[in-house]
Ligand binder design. Sequence first.
Ligand SMILES: [Fe+2]
Length: 308
Amino acid sequence: MTDNALNQASLQIEAARADATRRPTIAAFFDEATNTVSYVVSDPATNKAAIIDSVLDYEAASGRTDDRSAKLIIEYVKTNNLEVEWLLETHAHADHLSAAPYLQERLGGKLAIGKDIRIVQDVFGKLFNAGTDFQRDGSQFDHLFDDGDKFAIGTLDAIALHVPGHTPADMAFVIGDAAFVGDTIFMPDFGTARADFPGGDARRLYRSIRRLLTLPRETRLFLCHDYKAPGRDEYAWETTVGLQRDYNVHVRDGVSEDEFVVMRTARDRTLTMPDLIMPSVQVNIRGGRLPEPEDNGVSYIKIPINAV
Ligand SMILES: [Fe+2]
């Protein structure tokens, strides 16, 4: 079966590898509180940029948000005279709140996510009994990507790939020679993302990852999280397709789909839910906006009891 989107992405990567002007400048911002990596990806020729998976700090005990992490991104954008065209979310995160609306207000750009966010909105809309006011059509975002959609950051070529499994809506963004793979694969010594959230599917995750690993071996992969790994003291978030195929502890070449599903399912049973899943999901399915304030002007986060 030909995979047109994958072929287009591979051609784009080869072209960028052959021509430095087609390669992005990449700045990573690591949030140690949630182990999340946010990226600012920019075109050196035009200073146009995309911000991927930004973090709004949130303290669960007090219910307070903070813009510490977001301000670091704003400072970088301003210092480098960048013009933000896109605020990209690889998926509706369950471990941190998105700062995309906060950044959009200050820096501009279009907020975008995968089109199957509508499925995620439906699943969690029901779980949180969000009511009929909560639109489940993705309209909280400015743009919804389909698999294979091409876009641009200044003069840089980019393509969106649908890589479901961790959630139904996960996207990877291939920009020049670099792929931002969200929560699919992690560093080779750590493995892969969990697939047990509502709507997750280990079999789909395996297929999405193996699809990404058919990109050229030299493709630079940028991950959404790192948790270190036994024997590693430093955080890391950049690797390559080749290294993943040779060494990934969960999905290197030779690991079958069934073997992966057995391993992933067993491992997921041992994991507790992320500390911030309740606030994160309720905010992120709204495009990173807090739930509508109640009549006293305060926004509330719900917790469904014995439901997850
Ligand atoms: Fe995630």
